[in-house]
Design a protein around this ligand. Structure first.
Ligand SMILES: Cc1ncc(COP(=O)(O)O)c(C=O)c1O
Ligand SMILES: [Zn+2]
Length: 402
């Protein structure tokens, strides 16, 4: 396990992890896991799955009985040849759709739930429109605790129910609520206070951020070649923070590529704030209402107030940017996946279809090439962050290509 402290980015307070924190106990500020040194050997080949990365992670398979709690292996990475040719860039993809519940949010599962267990938390309340909730629910069911109370908008009911086979009802309770994501988040806060339970914390939950760091570690330590861009779809933006932190924790901060965070035009608060050059997210950047769209299921966070200022600083360091794309561009990009045999095979062999979120990010790459901020021959990594869940896409959008 990495030797680490929890450090407050606001007041500088450093302490050992002696409880479950989602904010600094001294000033309420933003807590980060600070490694005391760069590990000499970041991979421990005696272990499988995520446990081999323990020298850079806050868990210890040498001292703790945890290796049976996760079993997925590194996800595939490959050059998308057809799309690379089409766009005149080198487009590299990392396919997270093969994860147990179909999205990269499974990387948040073990680390988040394990933190709760070692800190003695018994009941946790979280909001989820589907993917994070399913991932944490799967991990709580494997680890057998703590109890999760997941507040889900009614509109995501079918998506959640599709994963029921992995979920143990003794440890996971879904509470369906009629309302937008933001109304559900408010409801989750009231529910938490009423029952005296622990709130999950979203972006401020460092365990979730450390979990997603595994994506970056896997990429850096296995691909080993420099890239120009890292591109992902953005809701709260945990992934941008975590990708950068993977470089930082490996002592490779200066090698972190430019990053492109892509949002859907109907809900693009980060893009609005970034284009205005604002260091913080203000009311004028927040969409007043999120217009319903068949192309936007997950990326609907209207007020990422806590994450935006931190992401803005990271983007400034790496020369990154936020961009938005229209429904039409998401539709066209979704179809692009099936120009690659890899994704046709994924469908025919395993029934896996690409989700709207990676299509949103791919649309951002197409836009970048057209607008010229992604330059010819640049090496671009796309995070293919999730598969389509039930009801996410309509077959008629893609059936002619399969
Ligand atoms: C499939 C998928 N991709 C991307 C994201 C965005 O991740 P974040 O904004 O937390 O980095 C999410 C968030 O839930 C997701 O489920
Ligand atoms: Zn502090």
């Amino acid at each position: 396990m990495a030797d680490y402290f929890l450090k407050c980015a606001d007041c500088g307070n450093q302490q050992k992890e002696d409880a479950y924190y989602v904010s600094c106990p001294t000033c309420g500020g933003f807590i980060e896991v600070l490694l005391t040194k760069v590990p000499e050997h970041p991979i421990d080949t005696r272990f499988a799955s995520i446990f081999k990365y323990h020298p850079v992670m806050p868990y210890d398979p040498l001292q703790e009985d945890i290796v049976t709690f996760e079993d997925y292996e590194d996800t595939p990475m490959f050059i998308a040849k057809r799309l690379s040719e089409m766009m005149g860039i080198e487009l590299l993809m990392k396919d997270e759709t093969i994860m147990p519940t179909g999205t990269w949010k499974d990387r948040e599962g073990f680390v988040s739930i394990h933190r709760l267990m070692i800190s003695g938390v018994r009941d946790l309340v979280l909001f989820s429109s589907g993917n994070t909730g399913t991932s944490l629910a799967r991990s709580a069911s494997i680890i057998k605790g703590p109890r999760l109370h997941i507040i889900v908008p009614n509109s995501s009911k079918k998506r959640m129910e599709a994963s029921n086979t992995m979920i143990d009802p003794d440890y996971v309770k879904f509470h369906y609520f009629e309302g937008s994501n933001d109304e559900c988040i408010d409801h989750a806060k009231i529910f938490t206070a009423e029952h005296g339970y622990q709130g999950e914390g979203g972006f401020t939950n460092y365990a979730r951020r450390e979990g997603l760091k595994l994506f970056g570690l896997e990429f850096i330590l296995n691909w080993k070649k420099p890239i120009d861009w890292y591109v992902q779809p953005i809701a709260g933006g945990i992934g941008i923070y975590s990708f950068y932190k993977a470089y930082r924790d490996l002592g490779l901060e200066s090698q972190c590529p430019k990053m492109l965070g892509v949002q859907a035009e109907i809900c693009a608060p980060m893009v609005n704030a970034w284009k205005a050059g604002s260091p913080t997210l203000e009311e004028e950047h927040v969409p007043q209402a999120v217009i319903p769209s068949d192309y936007v299921r997950v990326l609907r966070t209207r007020k990422p107030k806590e994450s935006y200022p931190i992401l803005k600083k990271i983007m400034d360091k790496v020369n990154g940017r936020f961009e938005s794309v229209t429904d039409r561009q998401i539709h066209d990009a979704l179809r692009l996946f099936y120009r690659e045999d890899y994704f046709k095979k994924a469908y025919h062999k395993e029934g896996r279809l690409m989700g709207l979120e990676p299509a949103t990010a791919l649309a951002g790459i197409v836009k970048g090439v057209q607008d010229g901020f992604i330059r010819p021959s640049e090496k671009v990594l796309l995070n293919v962050s999730g598969a389509a869940k039930i009801g996410d896409i309509r077959m008629e959008w893609i059936s002619d290509l399969l």
